[in-house]
Design a protein around this ligand. Structure first.
Ligand code: CDP
Length: 229
């Protein structure tokens, strides 16, 4: 069967990565979390004093982009790839609220997007890939055979992120998470370069009231329809 390209875009914390990684495992595709790549650039900037008091030193970040090597390694225990920065596993560090609070302004920078999109397109050259993010169906893979746009109310998304962080033992405040979710939505949809928007040919999934199992089935059906015939 033809190995297609599947692009999943949507708002922050709407469960894209859970459904994408489950489908990838089921159909034997590669799963790439493009948000992890932007998070890794933000982590590098925070670790190296390139972001100070919330301000990004853009000239320095641009100069240092060549020192940021991002890779993924499948972790069988988690059933999904872990993210590495210059050979070091950073999977947990990129998911903290601190990184969430700084990632969207970093992801709005043209030189950052150019480099990430170039690497993402290279990963997808052979097809057989599921990538999730904000601009996958519009910019990275505009010719993807299957495009999904996922949405859910901001309150439900914040609650899911709260549960996820609490389960990992990170102390967090529901109000701060909701603020972060809404702020990232705003920056992601209003930036000049590749803003988050639904591709004209995307299928829309509002998963506000779906269980993980139900959305998994929805996606599998969409995949079957896209590859039938
Ligand atoms: O997991 P969550 O939905 O919270 O976000 P993510 O997918 O990890 O992405 C983190 C941030 O990276 C987003 O809020 C965007 O600002 C940025 N991003 C982007 O600009 N383009 C992408 N293709 C993926 C993420």
């Amino acid at each position: 069967m033809k190995r297609i390209t599947i692009a999943i875009d949507g708002y922050s914390s709407c469960g894209k990565s859970t459904m994408a990684k489950d489908l990838a495992r089921e159909i034997g595709y590669v799963y790439v979390d493009s948000g992890a790549m932007y998070r890794t650039v933000a982590l590098y900037a925070l670790d190296n004093g390139i972001i100070k008091d919330g301000k990004i030193d853009e000239a320095r970040l641009q100069e240092e982009m060549k020192n940021i090597e991002i890779s993924f390694q499948f972790n069988p225990e988690r059933g999904r790839p872990d993210t590495y920065l210059n050979g070091k596993r950073v999977e947990d560090r990129i998911r903290t609220l601190e990184v969430s609070n700084h990632v969207s302004p970093v992801a709005a920078l043209g030189f950052v997007r150019e480099e990430m999109v170039r690497q993402q397109q290279r990963m997808g050259q052979e097809g057989g890939i599921i990538m999730d993010g904000r601009d996958i169906g519009t910019t990275v893979f505009p010719h993807a055979e299957l495009k999904i746009f996922v949405t859910a109310s901001a309150e439900i998304r914040a609650q899911r992120r709260y549960d996820e962080l609490t389960a990992k033992g990170e102390a967090c405040d529901m109000k701060e998470i909701l603020r972060n979710v809404e702020e990232r939505d705003y920056i992601d949809t209003h930036r000049d370069i590749s803003p988050l928007r639904q591709a004209d040919d995307a299928l829309v999934l509002d998963n506000s009231h779906l269980t993980i199992e139900e959305q998994k089935q929805w996606l599998l059906d969409a995949y079957k329809r896209a590859t039938a015939g």
